[in-house]
Design a protein around this ligand. Structure first.
Ligand code: NAD
Ligand code: DAU
Length: 337
């Protein structure tokens, strides 16, 4: 089985590759990544010498390069993690989000169709549903919740989802989509809330909390997300969307205070800063479809996952210090097969 994983030098794709090679040691995994600022070869260092792993430098929006990679590897399955993923950056510079997230998806879909892959899986996000009010804890995102996006990032991810559904119907392609809530765990780029707050606290520098810190996110340990994707690829119904989330809602300020306490750092490090424009209030996933149809349930509680994540940042200081210094861009590419 040959699995082509795009965006594997990033946070979730990197964790997925580690898990896949560990749990399916006879699979071959090809990682296609453009190594943008968010791509880090040090994340893939533990698998770089695995004979079943191959790295291919490539932009998913580059049709010729993607065709070349498909011709060389003839993948059975394609999982598209590659994306511009940070909401704040999309507010400053929407263009690259449209190019990677929408055009990149179209290029991958066309290649998958031309080469007759047996499954194309699109890794999407709960942000395509917009947000929920803070005072209605009874409301959740289901797969039927209308698309209603807030940021250029979420609009570009929604565009990609709609394209996938259109290809599934028009060309009868074997496509599935997962829409997951906020992930956290090892190898998370320190621009996102949890890794930014952990690494700032470890350096005793201020922790910038947007607005009053009252916005709510629904946190899921990254490995639980990876297992959900595997189940969808194995048994998910074609043309279907599956929401992924563990009913683990937390206010940002509570997350920040919890991690400060676990690190033994003072709350005086918290600095309330200007809010994100268009800031989504609350995300909350109803995961009953994936639980009912595929038997998926999250295995890691927030307390355990946050403890493991903080320990990982303590024990892998070199990984994030190389990101902050820019040294992570010096690692050499190794390609195999
Ligand atoms: P990330 O920013 O950590 O990693 C993205 C990876 O994609 C990087 O390695 C980057 O180099 C690569 N990439 C970017 N543009 C590319 C291009 N044009 N061609 C090839 N590679 C390119 O992102 P992440 O947090 O790991 O998210 C992965 C996917 O999961 C994204 O599609 C995101 O929308 C989705 N998602 C993320 C979360 C979350 O909480 N992080 C939750 C739900 C869904
Ligand atoms: O819900 C899934 C989404 O989760 C993914 O699709 C995105 O790719 C991923 O980046 C994430 O989006 P968020 O915008 O929710 O994540 P972020 O870590 O940027 O912010 C989480 C919350 O913390 C949000 O309410 C904004 C707030 N925040 C964030 C940063 C970076 C702060 O208060 N201060 C900060 O410095």
């Amino acid at each position: 089985m040959k699995i082509l994983v795009t965006g594997g030098a990033g946070f979730i794709g990197g964790n997925y590759i580690h898990e896949r090679l560990k749990n399916y040691p006879t699979n071959q995994v090809i990682c296609v990544d453009a190594l943008t600022y968010a791509g880090n070869l040090e994340t893939l260092e533990p698998v770089m010498k695995n004979p079943n792993f191959c790295f291919e430098l490539g932009d998913i929006a580059d049709e010729a390069r993607i065709k070349e990679i498909f011709e060389k590897h003839k993948p059975d399955i394609v999982i598209n993690f590659a994306a511009e993923s940070h909401v704040d950056r999309s507010i400053g510079n929407p263009g690259v989000f449209l190019k990677t997230n929408i055009i990149g998806t179209q290029v991958l879909l066309d290649a998958s169709r031309a080469f007759g892959v047996s499954r194309y899986h699109q890794v999407s996000t709960d942000e395509v549903y917009g947000d929920l009010p803070l005072d209605r804890p009874d409301l959740f995102f289901t797969e039927e919740t209308p698309i209603h996006t807030s940021s250029p990032y979420s609009a570009s991810k929604a565009g990609a989802d709609l394209l996938c559904l259109a290809y599934a119907r028009t060309y009868k392609m074997p496509i599935t989509i997962s829409r997951c809530s906020n992930n956290y765990g090892p190898y998370h780029f320190p621009e996102k809330l949890i890794p930014l707050m952990v690494t700032n606290a470890m350096q005793d520098i201020p922790l910038p909390v947007y607005g009053k810190g009252e916005n709510v996110r629904d946190w899921l340990y990254v490995i639980d997300h990876c297992h959900a994707i595997d189940l969808i690829i194995q048994n998910g119904r074609l043309g279907e969307v599956y929401n992924v989330g563990g009913h683990n809602e937390r206010r940002n300020i509570d997350v920040v205070k919890t991690l400060l306490s676990q690190l033994g750092k003072p709350e005086s490090l918290i600095k309330y800063v200007t809010d994100r424009p268009g800031h989504d209030l609350r995300y909350a996933i109803d995961p009953s479809k994936i639980s009912r149809e595929l038997g998926w349930l999250p295995k890691t509680s927030f307390d355990d996952g946050l403890r493991q994540t903080i320990d990982w940042y303590i024990n892998n200081r070199g990984w994030w210090e190389n990101v902050l210094s820019g040294k992570y861009k010096e690692m050499k590419i190794e390609s195999r097969f």
